[in-house]
Design a protein around this ligand. Sequence first.
Ligand code: ATP
Ligand code: MG
Length: 139
Amino acid sequence: MSVQRTLAIIKPDVVEKRQQGVVLQRILDEGFRVLAMRQARLSRQAVEGFYAVHRGKPFFDELCDFMSRGPVVLLALERENAVAHWRAVIGATNPANAEPGTIRKELGSSVGENAVHGSDSEENGARECDYFFAGVDQA
Ligand code: ATP
Ligand code: MG
C-alpha cells in the first residue's frame, strides 16, 4: 500500500439536502488529508468529459443531467490506500446494495442519485484530481 490521491465529489442530491457537512466530517474522521476543495456548478460539457468512459451507456444522459443540475463539492483527497478506502466508505453504486454505515446507504436515494463519487483506480484518482485541480501535486 502507498499514499494515493482520490477525487471525491459530493453530488447535487446531497447539496440540495444541505448535508455536505455530514460527508466532509466523515472524510476527516476517516483520516483523509484534504488537498483541495471547492464548490462548483459543473456544466453539462464538463460532466460529459469527466464521465466520458460511460458515453453511450443507457444511463449516460440521466447521469449528465443529474450531475449538472446544481452545485457539487469537489475534493482532492490523500491518504494511505485512498482509492480503495474511499470506495469502501462510500459503498456500492446502488444504495440499495450498499453496506450499512456507508455514505451511499445513509444518503443515497437511487442508483442514479447516489450521493458521492469516488475514483476507481490509483491512476484515475491522480488524473481526476488533476482534471479539477491542476497542480494539486504542489498542495
Ligand atoms: P461514481 O463513478 O459516480 O463514483 P461508481 O464508480 O460507483 O460511481 P460507475 O459505474 O462509475 O459507478 O457509474 C457512474 C455513475 O453512473 C454512478 O455513480 C451512477 O450515478 C450512474 N449509474 C451507473 N449505473 C447506472 C444505472 N444502471 N442506472 C442509472 N445510473 C447509473
Ligand atoms: Mg465510477
